[in-house]
Design a protein around this ligand. Structure first.
Ligand SMILES: Nc1ncnc2c1ncn2[C@@H]1O[C@H](COP(=O)(O)OP(=O)(O)OP(=O)(O)O)[C@@H](O)[C@H]1O
Ligand SMILES: [Mg+2]
Length: 237
């Protein structure tokens, strides 16, 4: 075992998580079944699985954006099912960084506004907010693009705005859903370097869901998700 895995605190845990969606025919689609997962602090964990395996569904539950049909999720000592929506929003705002599969930038907001949104309601005043937004956008090579709408940016630039939004609140945990799936190989490499730099420099815990575009060699641990079930722990450092 490497990187203090034996002693690392579990920062995120799923126990017996099941998630179903109603199907149009009146039945149910089982997206996740009996998922148990323990994510140690400071490590990079990969969840791999083919399209439809349930990766995005799982990440949405882990982020408290949706609720499991049954089972429980604990993040940083908080049982998510015990929190109301405003408490969940606060937890995300203070401790979580999300990278969505399709970026999910708000199309009518500028790059700076998309990033600033994370810091709203955080008690940080506007000048201090803008200073942080501008610093992170500049760090990600987006100086001069603060006032552009997402539609005026290249896909790679949009992904960097999304990453700025992910990192601006100094999250202790980053949940990244296929962060390198929709960009060219060079941009993908940049995204990977930016994420791994965070992990190295700040000890941030990283959980990446991917169907194969994120290099397995960068992960300390790797799980396989197949048809909604955690199939195996295929790598333990
Ligand atoms: N809102 C929803 N309503 C109904 N079914 C859903 C919903 N969201 C997800 N599903 C179903 O749950 C299953 C898992 O979907 P999910 O998006 O989690 O897969 P994924 O592993 O992220 O796939 P991909 O690699 O293509 O992104 C799929 O069968 C999908 O159709
Ligand atoms: Mg997905």
């Amino acid at each position: 075992m490497g990187k203090n895995e034996r002693t690392a605190r579990v920062i995120l845990e799923a126990r017996g998580v099941r998630k179903t969606f109603p199907s149009r025919s009146g039945g149910e689609i089982v997206a996740l079944e009996n998922v148990d997962l323990s994510i140690p602090e400071g490590l990079t964990t990969l969840i791999s699985g083919r399209s439809g395996a349930g990766k995005s569904t799982l990440l949405a539950l882990l982020a408290g954006l949706d609720h499991p049909t049954s089972g429980s999720i604990t993040f940083d000592g908080n049982a998510l099912e015990k929190l109301d929506n405003s408490e969940l929003a606060r937890l995300r705002r203070e401790k979580l960084g999300l990278v969505f599969q399709n970026f999910q930038l708000l199309p009518s907001w500028t790059a700076a506004e998309n990033v600033e949104a994370v810091l709203m309601h955080s008690g940080i005043d506007r000048p201090a907010r803008m200073a942080r937004v501008e610093k992170i956008l500049a760090e990600l090579g987006l100086s001069g693009r603060f006032d552009n709408l997402p539609g005026e940016l290249s896909v790679g630039q949009q992904q960097r705005v999304a990453l700025a939004r992910t990192l601006v609140n100094d999250p202790i945990l980053i949940l990244a859903d296929e962060p390198t799936g929709s960009v060219d190989p060079q941009t993908a490499q940049e995204v990977i370097e930016l994420l791994m730099e965070r992990v190295r420099e700040r000890g941030t815990t990283l959980l990446v869901a991917t169907h194969g575009t994120f290099p397995e060699t960068l992960a300390d641990r790797q799980f396989k998700l197949a048809e909604g079930k955690i199939d195996s722990l295929c790598k333990e450092s």
